[in-house]
Design a protein around this ligand. Structure first.
Ligand code: UD1
Length: 417
């Protein structure tokens, strides 16, 4: 499957079940390297990135059984500190293997990680954090080699820039370090809380996750346990935008409304009628054209960069003019060129775009370039006039479980070619 044919002009209505969060499942999978006891993980989404993470763990020696989205992981026989580079380079998340491998073996050697081309995405903050805890790090032929002579030592660490990835790396490294680590200026994303909850289930002593100061009292070893992955807030937000741009009504079930406050605020500003329950969100935009909304991305609880492309699409067909500012990644407007081909009026500047809403988009042969951009172009195809062909669809498969079939159940007509 390499292309989607999408018949447009559809209103998307109905209910959708939200999958587990990719960005929580990935680090949690790699954190299983920290223990030798059995782990059970439920609500694990079926995605290509998760498939690669599972292959990586198996390549290290872990035994994994995958039954109905529950993973049974036996990490007791993990026996190497150097995962294969051809898998590592496929996903950015493989950087999260560095600290658990280092903790387990006293040494770790991993290839520089890959991931979406949305910016230069350095890993200096991960490496600086590990150095502060006592690791020696060298870079050699595109490999990072980390080593320790004695166990890592807890420390006060101020992360100079808010980073989800670096917060998780340091938090995991500190879990089995000697003494207390304090992470200041930590990222506050729900996925970080989920990783902390998982590690605490195994016996870690982490408090403060979800705030900008995390305390980790090192423990001697971790046990096994069961953990359920939190719902995917970005998948939820993407389906809510699907309703908003198609004058539809969608109810997302199995989600966590509290994780989407900034997104719901903007959707409501655009004119959507939103109701929420304990684990569901209903968005009604029937018979209404959305109003354009200004967006400026920032770390959680600010507006998520992973929802920026979807809102640019909303603004492209909304009433009025808007500005979308990207403050996290340097190169996150590639999808906008494709929307322009479809008739969107978007001016791309440095780290912002100016959108002037048009009444409708027109089908074209378009190319997706990254995960969230790809989901956005698929949604654009659902509302455009005519048949849109979306190429390079491996991007959406990295992060959206059964996206075409979930959309088809809501009234879309998408065929995988
Ligand atoms: C994670 C998410 C991604 C999301 C992003 C921001 C995963 C697998 N990916 O990415 O979907 O868009 O958070 O919410 O969970 N930075 C540095 N040095 C570093 C690390 C990061 O300068 O060592 C910079 C980045 O270039 C970026 C900013 O810090 O400008 C934030 O990046 P970070 O929060 O680390 O994003 P990721 O963890 O890569």
């Amino acid at each position: 499957m390499n292309k989607l044919h999408i018949e447009g002009d559809k209103k998307l209505n109905g209910t959708v079940l939200i999958s587990g969060a990719k960005n929580a499942a990935l680090p949690i999978l790699f954190m299983t390297i920290l223990t030798k006891k059995n782990i059970e993980l439920s609500n694990v989404p079926k995605l290509t990135d998760i498939g690669i993470a599972i292959k990586l763990l198996k390549s290290l020696g872990a035994k994994i059984i995958n039954k109905n989205k529950i993973l049974y992981i036996d990490p007791s026989e993990i026996n190497t500190f150097c995962p294969p580079y051809n898998l590592v380079k496929k996903i950015r998340a493989s950087i999260w293997m560095l600290s658990p491998l280092l903790t387990r073996f006293g040494k770790a050697k991993i290839f520089f990680p890959g991931g979406c081309k949305i910016g230069c995405r350095p890993i200096n903050l991960h490496l600086n954090g590990l150095k502060e805890l006592g690791a020696k790090i060298i870079k050699e032929n595109n490999y990072i080699i980390a080593s320790i002579q004695e166990p890592l030592r807890g420390k006060y660490i101020y992360i100079e820039k808010i980073s989800v990835g670096a917060t998780i790396t340091i938090m995991s490294a500190a879990t089995l370090a000697k003494g207390l680590t304090i992470i200041e200026n930590a990222a506050k994303e729900p996925e970080i809380i989920d990783v902390a909850n998982f590690l605490n289930t195994l016996g870690a002593k982490i408090t403060g996750a979800g705030s900008n100061k995390i305390y980790i009292e090192g423990v001697f070893k971790l046990n096994g346990g069961y953990h359920k992955i939190i719902p995917d807030r970005i998948e939820t937000g993407t389906f809510l935008v699907a309703a908003a741009i198609s004058q539809g009504l969608i109810i997302c079930h199995n989600t966590e409304p509290k994780h989407l406050i900034s997104v719901l605020k903007k959707l409501s500003e655009s004119g959507a009628n939103i109701t929420i329950g304990k684990d569901w969100i209903k968005l009604n935009m029937q018979k209404k054209t959305p109003q354009a909304v200004n967006i400026s991305t920032s770390p959680y609880p600010g507006f998520p960069t992973d929802m920026q492309p979807q809102f640019a699409l909303l603004n492209s067909i909304a009433k009025g003019k808007s500005i979308v500012v990207e403050n996290i990644f340097e190169n996150r407007f590639n999808y906008a060129q494709e929307l322009i081909k479809m008739g969107a009026k978007i001016k791309i500047k440095n780290n912002y775009i100016i959108c002037t809403g048009v009444p409708r988009l027109f089908s074209k042969n378009i190319f997706s370039t990254d995960l969230r951009g790809s989901a956005t172009l698929i949604l654009a195809g659902c509302i455009a006039k005519g048949i849109t062909v979306v190429n390079n669809i491996h991007h959406f498969q990295r992060g959206y479980e059964l996206f075409p079939s979930k959309l088809n159940k809501l009234g879309a007509n998408i065929q995988c070619i």
